[in-house]
Design a protein around this ligand. Structure first.
Ligand code: DHB
Length: 393
């Protein structure tokens, strides 16, 4: 297969990149290790920043997102049973978030790509990258038991944390930074109407809890658990009881219902300080992981893609490598910001230290400050909805 940009991975990063390049007349082919059913069924977060929504709209990929997604204009933050609301629009000049499941984004983008006769091979694992330091790199892959090669000008590795992309960079081309948090999330999906029209993040002396949603009939909730905990340790009743206690505030009641999906997610911050080598560029989880608190993962992946598209356009329209050469530097600024914000939200709302301890008092002082200071609330709001790009096209 010959193309201009060979993309590994049909997640949000790879699919957005393919569509965006096509809009500017640049050819791309995607190869994806997993099956279509698998990537569309993979349950992930569902929080889209204003930037992400604007980009998908501009690419003409947001019809169902606009219809079925829910725009939220604020978020509730709880601490020891006390609740404050941070309004977004009013603190950020009208920027908001939209709740729409990541796998729905993947479904929409896959369908649209295939409908435009875009090339996308499922169950086609990348085996080896060749010639990334030359002008004609190759992706060796396997599909239906046969070996194949994508011959391209550039390789975009959008293949996740465990993908081949990062592993193909020379070890001395980057430094890595990694933090493992001493807790995990037990996440559930349940057939029950959301108990709150906006998200609730809660600190409780028994641990963190988050109330989110997917639709008028489906709620998405999370609780902090130990790293070595297992879903089988929890009955439905125990999960609802724990959520109800941790999210509790006066005069508010949690609706419960049948749980139809449950899983445990570890929490990690990871990134590398260089996301490119020769003609290989990494985007999304291939280059960085943030803890889920604040829902930045997908949005960071789409932001990487924005910068990559700028670079590829500069190359194909002006025969210049200048923007691509700067890709890591530009992308990493936003990644660092998101690492800081995700870490901030994580440490503010999780129980890591003894209730009542010095560190607990610092958490509480931050929470109290949100109520005291519009400047502080604005800091949270602008990071939560995502800092705007200077421009994009
Ligand atoms: C969701 C997940 C998050 O990590 C978050 O911060 C907000 C919402 C979600 O799955 O809906």
């Amino acid at each position: 297969i010959k193309t201009q940009v060979g993309i590994i991975g049909a997640g949000p990063a790879g699919l957005t990149l393919a569509h965006w390049l096509k809009k500017h007349g640049i050819e791309a082919v995607i190869i994806e290790h997993r099956s279509r059913e698998y990537i569309q069924g993979r349950v992930r977060a569902g929080l889209l920043e204003q930037n992400t929504v604007d980009i998908l709209k501009k690419l003409g990929l947001a019809d169902r997102l606009v219809k079925e997604g829910q725009e939220h204009h604020g978020v509730y933050l709880n601490f020891d049973g006390k609740r404050v609301r941070v309004p977004f629009g009013q603190l950020t000049g009208g920027r908001n978030i939209t709740i729409y499941g990541q796998q729905e984004v993947v479904k929409d983008l896959t369908e649209a790509w295939l409908a435009q006769s875009g090339q996308l091979l499922f169950e086609a694992p990348a085996l080896e990258l060749e010639g990334i330091e030359t002008d004609s790199p190759k992706i060796h892959f396997e599909h239906n038991g046969e070996k194949g090669i994508v011959e391209c000008d550039f390789i975009a590795a959008c293949d996740g944390f465990h993908g081949l992309g990062r592993k193909s960079m020379p070890k001395d081309a980057y430094k890595e930074y990694s933090v493992t948090y001493p807790f995990s999330w037990l996440g559930i999906l349940a057939h029950v109407a959301p108990s709150s029209e906006e998200l609730i993040y809660a600190y409780h002396e028994r641990g963190f809890a988050l109330h989110s949603l997917r639709s008028e009939k489906v709620s998405r909730l999370y609780i902090q658990v130990e790293n070595d905990d297992h879903v089988d340790n929890w009955s439905d009743e125990q999960i609802w009881e724990e959520l109800s206690v941790r999210l509790g505030t006066e005069g508010w009641k949690l609706n419960s219902g049948p749980i139809f999906e449950r899983s445990i997610t570890p929490m990690r911050s990871y990134f590398i300080d260089n996301m490119q080598h020769g003609r290989l560029f990494l985007a999304g989880d291939a280059a960085h992981i943030v803890p889920p608190t604040g829902g930045k993962g997908l949005n960071l992946a789409v932001a990487d893609v924005k910068h990559l598209v700028d670079g590829f356009r500069d190359f194909y329209e002006k025969a210049s490598m200048q923007v691509l050469d700067n890709y890591s530097t530009i992308a990493l600024k936003r990644i660092w910001r998101a690492q800081d914000f995700s870490n901030f939200m994580t440490t503010l709302f999780h129980k890591q230290y003894e209730h009542g301890s010095f560190h607990y008092q610092l958490q509480k002082a931050k929470f109290d400050y949100i109520q005291l200071s519009e400047a502080y609330a604005t800091t949270i709001a602008e990071n939560y909805v995502g800092l705007p790009f200077e421009s994009f096209d």
